[in-house]
Design a protein around this ligand. Sequence first.
Ligand code: EPU
Length: 340
Amino acid sequence: MLTYEHFNLQQHNTFGISAHCKRFIEYSNTEELRQILPTLIASNEPWMQIGGGSNLLFTTDYPGTILHSVISGIEVAEDGEEDVLVTAGAGICWDNFVEWTLRHGYYGLENLSYIPGEVGASAVQNIGAYGSEAADSIQSVTTIDSTDGSTKTFQRDECHYAYRHSIFKEEGVRGRYIITHVTYRLRRTFRPVLVYAGLLRELERRSVKMDELTADELRQIIIEVRKAKLPEPAEIGSAGSFFMNPIVPQETFDKLQALYPNMPHYPALAGVKLSAGWLIDQCGWKGKRLGPAGVYALQALVLVNHGGATGADIVRLSETIQRDVFNKFGIQLHPEAIFI
Ligand code: EPU
């Protein structure tokens, strides 16, 4: 276990924002976590768990303790003829895990290649891309209940998964359960998920024969598509998509579509999902800056730190964009990034 006092979180958030916490503790197994919790709770100071920091925006210094898991280890928990259950430590880098699954011939996560972050956060945020979501493959999530140190395992249907949502984000639950391991159900047979229009166009452009496509090829193509659209965290600070794609009632969509026939849209559970990137782009924000904070030139859904931006700079930009989108379309955008 490693403990640091007055720690700069710049390397622990992909925005690259310089903000300090009072204490930073990195633990490498469940026992260490159990040891830390009683002292933390008794201290009456705030504390929180972070993952890879790819969805966080530090708007100010943090006056308490930040916990970070480096729980590693990948284990085949159950080896069936068609499916395998694979359990991974919450602190593993997400893309290393995806790479490991494909190397072992276990399929299902290939469309989620190259998403920044860690295994634990994948189960909180229900990360998604190119027609797949983490929830499609999650079997169960093992946690420690911070109120008493007991182990609680959530089965998939107890996790309330929806678009970028889980029980771990819900009021009253948020922060209580610390994820230590996630178990995924993966397939031994590769069945590509090719429903995302942008991905299909890319496969066509490359003249890929669908019946010859391998999981490794699909992974490489997805990595290239992501690299072409999204900034590399090591080069330019961002939190990936800053806003969630809004889901609007059918009537709202019908009115908007009459005005904007080319507006991208997708079917959603409770209405129609619109593209926040397109809405922001239509407001003329793509590639624009507000001080050291800006909108990425290749994808308007991504806010970036051009260097030296504070959390407050990003918030100012985010609020200005929300206001412009609301004034033009009557739609309220909600950040996907979590403000601390
Ligand atoms: N669009 C524009 N201008 C832009 C950006 C997008 O017109 O600046 C249009 C595109 O032309 C397209 C549509 O909007 O018609 C959708 O864009 P894109 O395919 O890039 O996907 P997205 O909806 O903007 C979502 C996820 C991404 C994920 C991609 C691919 C959310 C919040 N974002 O973006 O996730 O990689 O789909 O599946 O759902 C992330 O969460 O950090 C992330 C990158």
